[in-house]
Ligand binder design. Sequence first.
Ligand SMILES: [Zn+2]
Length: 72
Amino acid sequence: MWETEESSPLQEGNVLDIIDDSSIRLYNEIVRVHCLICGETFIGPKDQAGLFIFGHKKFHLWTIDIDDMGGV
Ligand SMILES: [Zn+2]
């Protein structure tokens, strides 16, 4: 785990300023979320956590759709 001095800033509860090529985002709280269907876990800023959840929801619904089509 992250217990050393050089621990990752990506830890639940940390608040980071995130700078990339096109933007600066201040006070991003790092959150931990997991998918209720497959259990995959994501740790990162909330907007990306939202994309993670949204992406999994879409993906799992898609696999259910495929199953339904197979059952017709
Ligand atoms: Zn999932």
